[in-house]
Design a protein around this ligand. Structure first.
Ligand SMILES: C[S@@+](CC[C@H](N)C(=O)[O-])C[C@H]1O[C@@H](n2cnc3c(N)ncnc32)[C@H](O)[C@@H]1O
Length: 291
């Protein structure tokens, strides 16, 4: 059954002439308690996000290595940010989010882990006027940009990134990409329904419906982030996940060792999520896999 579903997904995504229209999220900031808690819990060790997070921790660290000040746009409950901050203690991070509930969850988590190299600030990632121009040498954002209601908002966000980022600064943007077919969205959102909160599955469906396309990232990067050496990559067959990032920098062996140990410690389910991301990005040209 799973094989048939898999083959029909590959067929739909490879040959469909149509593209699912974008349906923006109902709100930008995530404030509804059920969604905030479901998302927070999904980021727990061996929760549904664990494999995706570890993949992204490695890729963000490779892109941002050598930075001194990095802002995380739409940091949410900081489950991802905390992992990046722990692996890169020499970097000072600022997490920005519009949601009070998310920021409260983030503050609690960072305190519980004793993390000192992260500060938090409430703010809108389409208007970062509270941050000085060129004041960061790194910007990252994971799984947040699809919350922006329109291309106009995404353009504003990219323009702000360009403004606050030093000329030779590093960038790592990672988000969902919108599949061609609604059936693919439903299959992906509910495939692990039995091992995750229903609210998380519903949130995943909404997120994929609201996601932008790799072409959107490429167009706006050329327009709003001129002169920066960036690459835009997505997963093979369907752009379920995509990234816009600076060229990788070499990580030291100690960090690579920690990443490999973290992969070994994942449950087989989460390790399989991580390995599928590695495989599907590599097929579309992503290099320098550290695992
Ligand atoms: C799905 S969460 C991702 C959190 C985290 N980056 C991660 O990878 O787990 C998306 C976050 O973006 C925030 N967000 C959405 N629109 C925003 C905006 N315009 N400004 C700031 N934060 C925003 C939401 O409140 C939410 O916390």
């Amino acid at each position: 059954m799973l094989i048939i579903e898999l083959l029909s997904t590959v067929f739909r995504e490879s040959f469909s002439q149509r593209q699912t229209p974008r349906e923006p999220e109902p709100t930008m900031a995530m404030e509804v308690t059920e969604s905030v808690e479901a998302y927070r819990d999904a980021g727990a060790p061996n929760g549904p996000m664990a494999g995706v997070y570890l993949f992204s921790v490695a890729r963000a660290s490779q892109a941002l290595h050598g930075c001194r000040r990095v802002v995380d746009l739409g940091c949410g409950p900081a489950r991802f940010l905390a992992q990046v901050a722990l692996l890169n203690p020499e970097i000072e991070f600022l997490g920005v989010d519009l949601s009070d509930a998310m920021l409260a969850s983030a503050a609690e988590h960072l305190t519980a882990l004793g993390i000192r190299n992260v500060k938090l600030q409430k703010g809108d990632i389409t208007d970062l006027s509270f941050l000085t121009s060129k004041s960061f040498d790194g910007v990252m954002s994971t799984l947040a940009l699809h919350h922006l209601p329109t291309m106009k908002h995404l353009r504003l966000c990219f323009q702000e990134v360009h403004r606050i980022l030093a000329d030779d600064g590093a960038l790592y943007l990672f988000d969902l990409g919108r599949p061609k077919s609604l059936k693919t969205i439903l299959a992906m959102a509910y495939i692990h329904e039995e091992r995750q909160a229903h609210a998380f599955s519903v949130d995943s469906e909404r997120s994929w419906r609201a996601a932008f396309l790799p072409e959107d990232f490429r167009t706006l990067a050329a327009e709003a982030l001129p002169g920066r050496d960036l690459e835009c990559l997505s997963t093979w067959i369907s752009p379920l996940m995509m990234m816009l990032k600076s060229r990788d920098r070499a990580l030291d062996p100690e960090k690579i060792g920690k990443l490999k140990a973290a992969r070994k410690n994942l449950s087989s389910f989460c390790r399989s999520d991580l390995d599928q991301l590695r495989f599907f990005f590599k097929r579309n040209g992503l290099q320098n896999d550290l695992f």
